[in-house]
Design a protein around this ligand. Structure first.
Ligand SMILES: [Zn+2]
Length: 172
């Protein structure tokens, strides 16, 4: 174990804390849906016209637990992946409103780098499959299943995974 530190200790609590912090940091994406929902409710209260409330609620649900939720699950997947690496002693997070970087302190083996790259999209896809099976009527699963696209080489995860993956055939 590198640095005498067990990165797996408390991984669940650290991941939950990371996920909640990430959700709150990007909660600004709910501004427009919240404003639309508020107007829809106001129309209902003021004019007894509640017809827009279901649509506004649906947009709020999909923005919060589809768009933002799938992003948080994806990043939590990377976070857990890094946390399980025995040669990573610490993970620092730098973030802007549009970009998040997880910076591991320590060394990643080629295999670990592949696992970390795949862990983000894979965790989102697994949650999406669960949502699709358990709550198909909500339509939220597609937000998560769509993260499989990040495994394509044109995205950072796919590129990182392809670089870390062992060659399919060794030259003679
Ligand atoms: Zn990713």
């Amino acid at each position: 174990m590198a640095c005498g530190h067990d990165p797996r200790r408390g991984i669940l609590v650290r991941t939950l804390r990371f996920g909640v912090a990430l959700f709150l940091r990007h909660i600004w994406v709910l501004t427009a849906p919240a404003a639309f929902l508020a107007v829809a409710v106001w129309l209902g209260v003021a004019y007894h016209s509640w017809s827009t409330v279901p649509l506004a609620s649906l947009i709020m649900l999909h923005t919060a637990f589809g768009l933002l939720g799938s992003y948080v699950v994806h990043e939590c997947g990377h976070f857990v992946g890094l946390g399980l690496c025995t040669h990573v002693s610490m993970v620092s997070v730098t973030s802007t409103p549009f970009r998040l970087s997880l910076n591991p302190a320590g060394q990643l083996t080629t295999r670990a780098a592949l696992g970390v790259a795949v862990a983000g999209p894979l965790s989102a896809v697994l949650v999406g499959a669960g949502l699709w099976v358990l709550f198909p009527e909500l339509g939220l699963g597609w937000w998560y299943l769509g993260h499989a696209a990040f495994l394509a080489p044109c995205f950072g995860d796919g590129r990182g995974g392809a670089q870390a993956a062992p060659p399919l055939a060794t030259p003679a």
